[in-house]
Design a protein around this ligand. Structure first.
Ligand SMILES: Nc1ncnc2c1ncn2[C@@H]1O[C@H](COP(=O)(O)OP(=O)(O)OP(=O)(O)O)[C@@H](O)[C@H]1O
Length: 244
């Protein structure tokens, strides 16, 4: 019997892959006018989202869900705690670096769609590619058209914001969020304005994207049936996060 190890035997198991998102001990307070004590909106929040995983956060109105999503998406800095994205600690980064990491890594689907009134669907969806650089206008529009087809809006490429229904606008916002193929998708009530059939299609799209190898989705929703589609469900109650 040979005692010389085969090359494969020498392979040691590598370290486990970095979580997409690792949040530890996050607290967020807001100072309120006319009040001495700040309002504590997030209290000692800890959350880990691994590559390919989806997490849903449910909670009553005012529980702090949007604030948490803003902290995860590097739009707000927490008062204490750490937020690591693919292993990089972000709370002490310079604003410019946070913005760079956000643009490269994170796709947002917000409750407020933040679409531009006079722009066509194609222009809205292509906009984030302008900041990414390196592509001609023609190529940016090709990619935008492809993203719009994926959300069922292939026929509405040239429709302006004002001429789209609420549900169509939501789908434009989703196509825009996905255009740079973000590794971390953060979604706040993404299907609120959609009929059940379109909502299911849009959620399939978000879940499919997130479950790809090194990607992830954090979804905030009031809809418990939708939340149950996620791998992990958490409840946020008065700023405290715990498994459902
Ligand atoms: N910038 C801010 N300044 C002061 N208070 C804030 C600020 N942002 C949020 N809050 C307060 O923090 C609390 C949590 O708000 P948040 O929007 O995170 O809740 P939510 O769970 O997302 O609610 P909803 O489901 O209604 O959207 C609320 O009491 C809100 O008024």
């Amino acid at each position: 019997m040979s005692v010389i190890p085969e090359p494969g035997d020498l392979r040691v198991a590598g370290p486990p892959p970095e979580p997409v998102l690792a949040v530890e001990g996050v607290t967020k307070r807001f100072k309120l006018k006319g009040r001495a004590d700040p309002l504590t909106v997030l209290e000692d929040v800890t959350l880990t989202v691994r590559p390919g995983a989806t997490a849903a956060i449910v909670g009553l109105s005012g529980a702090g869900k949007s604030t948490l999503l803003n902290v995860l998406g590097l739009l707000e800095r927490p008062d204490t705690g750490t937020v690591r994205i693919y292993g990089r600690e972000t709370t002490t980064m310079r604003e410019r670096d946070r913005a760079g990491l956000r643009g490269e890594t994170i796709g947002f689907v917000f409750q407020q769609l933040n679409l531009l009134q006079r722009r066509t669907a194609r222009q809205q969806v292509a906009a984030p590619l302008l900041y990414a650089g390196g592509r001609t206008l023609r190529r940016r529009y090709e990619l935008a058209d492809e993203a719009l087809r994926r959300v069922g809006l292939g026929e509405r490429l040239h429709a302006t914001q004002a001429s789209l229904s609420g549900g169509e606008q939501q789908r434009v916002a989703i196509a825009r969020a996905l255009i740079r193929d973000p590794r971390l998708i953060l979604a706040d009530e993404p299907t609120g304005a959609l009929d059940p059939q379109t909502a299911a299609q849009v959620m399939d799209l978000l879940f499919d994207r997130a479950r790809a190898e090194d990607r992830a989705l954090v979804l905030v929703t009031h809809d418990h049936a939708l939340a149950r589609r996620a791998d992990d469900v958490y409840v946020l109650d008065k700023g405290r996060l715990s498994p459902a």
